[in-house]
Design a protein around this ligand. Sequence first.
Ligand SMILES: C[S@@+](CC[C@H](N)C(=O)[O-])C[C@H]1O[C@@H](n2cnc3c(N)ncnc32)[C@H](O)[C@@H]1O
Length: 551
Amino acid sequence: MQRKLGYRPALLWNPAVYEYLREAYGPDHFSRICDALTRPSTYCCVRVNAMQTSTAAVIAELKEFLSSKEAEGTTCYEHPLLKNVVIVPGRGPCDVSYDDEVQKIVMVSRKCAEAVLRGAEVFVPGVLACSEHVDEGDSVAVFARIEVKDSAGKWSNGVTRGTTIPLSDWESCSPYDWFIGKGRAMMSRPTLFRERQGIAVKMTDRIYNLPAFHGILEGRVFLQNLPSIVTAIVLDPQPGERILDMCAAPGGKTTAIASLMNNTGEVIALDRTHNKVLEILSLAKELGLSCIQAFKLDALKSVQVDSDAQSSLALTQPLEKGLTCNYACVFFANISHFGRAEIQCFMATLGDPPQTEVPPTSQYTSKARERKESRRLKNGRGRGQHLGGRVDMIKRFPPNSFDRVLLDAPCSALGLRPRLFAAEETLESLGRHAIYQRRLFDRAVELVKAGGTLVYSTCTINPGENEALVRYALDKYKFLVLVDQVPKIGGPGLVGGTSVYDGRGYREWLKEGEQYLVQRFDPSSPVDTIGFFIAKFQVPATKSANVSGNC
Ligand SMILES: C[S@@+](CC[C@H](N)C(=O)[O-])C[C@H]1O[C@@H](n2cnc3c(N)ncnc32)[C@H](O)[C@@H]1O
C-alpha cells in the first residue's frame, strides 16, 4: 500500500493543543511546522573547540573523513555568520524503494525511529517485533511504530516485544507504522530478543542521510544544534566574568560559553540531577574547559537568603559529608522540598543551631545512614564514584552574584525534531511548564547583577513558554529591558495573544515592536533548525532598588 512506501508521517497531537497551536500560527503555517517537525534538519552543525584546534584543521579532517565514506559529494564548510561553526550537509528525503529482496520487516519503537532518522543504527532495546526467520545478514525493511491510545486511554505502542510479523505481510502494519529505511540484520531473530544490547540492524538505505562521525575529532568538536550555539553567543560572555548556567546538563551551552570566554573566568553550571551534573563535568573535561564548575542543585533554591549567610560555608559541602558534618547541612538536606520563603521563615525562628541536635557519627548512626551503608556493602561504591567522583550538591548564591545568567529552561520540547508523536502534551501540562519557567526566571532575576545580562531560551514552539514568558518578565520586572540580539539568525516572535485558555491564564504574548528583539527559530523556515526561542534582557545599574519593589 502506498502509505507504507513513502515517508509522510502525520504528527499526532492532543486535540486541544493542536487547536491552540493552529490558532497561534495559522492553519497553513502550523501544517508546515508539523511537517518539518517529522523530519530531521538536513545538515549537522559542528562547534569547533577553539581551545584545542582550528576551524581550518577541523574542515580538512572532516573532508578527508567524509570522502572516505560512500556518502559521495558530501562536503563541509564554515558557517557564513558564525565563527568556529562548521556545517556538514546531509541528504533527504531520499527515495528508498522496496524490491523482492526485502521481504522481512523489523518494527522499532517510535523513539528508536527518531534516533534512526537522526543517523543512529537500530539498537536491540528499540526493536519491538520482526518477521519470522530473520537471520544475521538478511536485508530488512525498518518500520517505526507510533503510539496509539489503548482502551484505558493510555498511549502505548500496543505491541508485545517479540511479536512475529508474517513474511511480506505489509498489511499487518497499521496506519501508525512508518517506513524509515532498509538495513542489514546484525543478529538472528532469537538472538535479537534474547540480547539486551548491541546493534540489531545496521541501516543501509535511509530516508534521511545525515553524516555520522562518531569517534573522530574527539575533544576537538562538539555536535550541537545551531540555535544552541547562537544562544551562547547571544549571552555574549566575556573572559574573566562570572556566569551562571542555571539548567545546564548535559553542558552543551555551558561549554560553548566557557569556550567563548577562552576558558578564563568562572562558569557555574547547575542541574538538579546527579548523573546529569557528572555529564557536564565529563564534557568539560573532554573539551579541556577548566573554568567550569558544576553543582547538583535545584535552581529554584539557588538563591541564598539572609539567614543562609552564616551557614554558606557548610552549604558548599557535599551532602554525604553534610549528613555527618554539621547541623546546617542536615537541616537543608531535609527541608529541601520547602520553598525559599518557608526556609527563610523557618530559619528566622530557629536562632542558633543546637549543639547536640546531631551527635557525632562515632556515637550515633541514623537509620538512613545504616541503609546507605548496607547498600554500599551490597552494591559497591556509590554511583558518583562509579561515574568519576561525586558532585557538590548544595551551593546557594547571594543575590546579584553573576555578570550574566543563562536560563535554558526545561520545557515541553515541542521544537525538537525529528518527532513522530506529539500527543503527550496537554494544555494543562503546557501550563505547568510555563509556571515552572516563571519560577526559575524569578530566581534568575535575583541572581543576575545590576548591569548584568539575562538570556532565556527554550526548545519549544509553544508561545506560552516563549513570548508569554517575555510578557510576564517585562510586566513583573519593570526594570528589565528586552534587548536586541547578535547574531540574529532566527525570525521574529509572535505578537498578540491567544483566545485559547490554557487553564493558567497566560495568554498575552509580545507587544508590537518587541517581536524583532527576540529570535524564534521556526522548524519550517529555510534555516531548517529545531524549533527554538531566545530572549535577552539587560538589567540596568539601578536593579537592586527596583528588585525590592517588584519581586
Ligand atoms: C533544556 S535542558 C538543558 C540543556 C542544556 N542547557 C544544554 O544546552 O546542554 C534542561 C535541564 O534542566 C534541568 N532542570 C530541570 N529543573 C531544574 C531545576 N529546578 N534546577 C536545575 N536544573 C533543572 C534538567 O535536568 C535538564 O537537564
